[in-house]
Write a protein that binds this ligand. Structure first.
Ligand SMILES: [Zn+2]
Ligand SMILES: [Zn+2]
Length: 139
């Protein structure tokens, strides 16, 4: 095995460890309030057994870590959690620009909140910067 591959494997292993830690810490809440729980659990199991096999999995690993670090999302109930795919899709659609003030956006907001029956569909999602998102939820 080449040196670079060893290096990459070590890098992956520490990321997988981080993912597992984050997942285990939030397991109960995720199971109760996150509809993508089984998708995530499957991915964690796969990583633990087989490691990272390709670029696609590497990307998914980063996305899930990001997702777990954000869980539960600010300004929403745990039920409003999106999968990394839904989140990226909403962000991409608005070109990562806050729909209220035009600055770079970093959060996704449900137009009709999940508590009022709003869904994680793209027509119910908008992207906001942190400041505008806080303002909207304080109203
Ligand atoms: Zn804004
Ligand atoms: Zn919101």
């Amino acid at each position: 095995m080449k040196k670079t591959n060893v290096k990459r494997t070590i890098q992956y292993n520490s990321k997988i460890q981080l993912l597992t830690q984050l997942f285990n810490k939030r397991k109960t809440e995720l199971l109760a309030g996150y509809q993508g729980y089984h998708e995530l659990k499957g991915f964690v199991d796969e990583c633990e057994h087989w490691g990272i096999m390709d670029r696609g999995q590497e990307k998914a690993l980063d996305e899930w870590i990001d997702f777990l670090n954000r869980w539960p999302f600010t300004g929403g109930t745990s039920k409003s959690a999106l999968t990394p795919y839904q989140r990226n899709k909403a962000m991409g659609k608005q070109q990562f620009i806050c729909t209220m003030c035009g600055r770079p956006a970093d959060e996704v907001h449900h137009i009709i909140s999940r508590s009022k029956g709003g869904l994680n569909t793209s027509d119910n999602l908008t992207v906001l910067c942190r400041e505008c998102h806080e303002k909207i939820h304080k109203k």
